[in-house]
Design a protein around this ligand. Structure first.
Ligand SMILES: Nc1ncnc2c1ncn2[C@@H]1O[C@H](COP(=O)(O)OP(=O)(O)OP(=O)(O)O)[C@@H](O)[C@H]1O
Ligand SMILES: [Mg+2]
Length: 365
């Protein structure tokens, strides 16, 4: 956990109005997302965030964060408060430039390519539609200054979220079911290969009756979106009690109404590889199929964790997408059971038995 006490002010500004010769500066990296319907909105909030970081960087230098294995730097605002976390694209635990000189076992590497982590951090934010899981605002930037030279360093900048714990410091039963489900379903759609308890922050607040409430905040998505099904896929929340509880209707509707074409457009705009796109589609389709069967997050996770590691061809994934679209448009017609062998053959509902509340939600759309 990163607390205010653990990071003393790096450099006391003598004159807050002028930049020191040692100061850093930051530049937005343009994204090829003009065709995305929410691009302007995203650009507006990311530019405001980058402007705040620019003001802070004129005064305070980035500070390497001790916790975590990768190169992650605390960026302060002009008021000296914690503003963001900058993660250079080539300082993850498997990269030669990792500032902690780790010799991390390359368990992730067969399905992740070095240099892609910053783009994946941004992708996770953009695919967390309507901020359902609460991934903090994340943008792609270059930061220039003494540490990274005049060439600057490309990386992701994520809004700092104040928090009181990492999720593994508390008993999971105290977390809100909906928070857990939102994070779980994002992890499954994006095949997050790094969802350990330290990558979920916990914020304490008081509700209207003065009772303590815990909010989960998912971070660290650089190892999402592998290009093939990883070995030993596992998620921290799989052992939490909420994972065995059914998804509520709003969650089911959200998942069934996901626009996978929009997700593809975003990932393509970020320049991620086609294999990554195919894999995301495949797992999103499994999530949607699991929702239609009223499966719990744990049950869907167990299926996705067991998917074969071989590459699924582009043609198959496109036909899968078409069929899912057909299901979404004609919820009352018989379902085509895609990849049926991976699901339990002993289904307790018939192929045509779509939960009534979901059928209605489509009809009302
Ligand atoms: N958005 C954020 N808000 C607040 N604190 C954050 C945020 N992102 C990261 N941190 C803090 O920085 C630490 C390191 O960040 P992060 O987990 O993203 O990097 P990492 O080095 O890749 O970690 P890991 O060892 O899990 O691979 C986190 O454990 C957390 O304390
Ligand atoms: Mg981490």
């Amino acid at each position: 956990m990163l607390s205010d006490k653990s990071y003393a002010s790096p450099r006391k500004p003598s004159d807050k109005t002028s930049a020191s010769p040692m100061s850093y500066h930051i530049r937005e990296i343009p994204l090829n997302l003009q065709d995305w319907k929410h691009f302007e909105e995203y650009q507006e909030s990311s530019r405001a965030f980058i402007r705040s970081a620019a003001r802070g960087l004129r005064i305070y230098e980035p500070q390497l964060i001790i916790s975590g294995d990768g190169g992650a730097y605390l960026i302060r605002g002009e008021d000296n408060g914690f503003l963001g976390i900058f993660k250079p694209f080539d300082e993850d635990p498997f990269s030669a430039r990792n500032p902690k000189h780790l010799n991390a076992a390359a368990t992730h590497l067969h399905s992740h390519r070095p240099g892609e982590t910053a783009y994946k951090e941004v992708a996770a934010y953009l695919l967390d539609h309507q901020r359902k899981a609460g991934v903090p605002l994340t943008v792609l930037v270059k930061i220039y200054g003494p540490r990274w030279g005049s060439q600057g360093k490309l990386g992701s900048l994520q809004r700092y979220e104040s928090h009181d714990h990492d999720s593994w410091e508390l008993g999971p039963s105290s977390y809100e079911k909906n928070d857990v489900h939102q994070i779980a379903m994002l992890d499954l759609r994006l095949i997050n290969t790094d969802r350990h308890g330290g990558n979920i922050l916990v914020r304490r607040s008081n509700n209207e009756e003065g009772r303590s409430k815990l909010k989960l905040i998912p971070i660290d998505h650089g190892f999402c979106l592998p290009s093939s099904q990883p070995k030993d896929l596992w998620f921290e929340w799989m052992s939490w009690p909420q994972a065995k509880q059914p998804l509520d209707v709003n969650m089911q509707r959200y998942l069934l109404n996901l626009d996978l074409e929009e997700d593809l457009l975003i990932l393509r705009g970020l320049g991620l590889r086609e294999e990554i796109l195919e894999n995301m589609l495949l797992c999103s389709a499994f999530v949607q199929q699991g929702v239609l069967r009223n499966f719990t997050p744990l049950k869907i996770a167990k299926i996705i964790c067991k998917l074969p590691q071989k590459q699924i061809g582009l043609g198959k994934v496109h036909s899968l997408l078409k069929q899912i679209e057909a299901v979404r448009c004609k919820m009352k017609e018989p379902l085509v059971y895609l990849f049926a062998p991976a699901f339990n053959h002993r289904r307790h509902r018939s192929d045509t038995d779509i939960p009534q509340h979901l059928a209605e939600s489509k009809a009302n759309k």
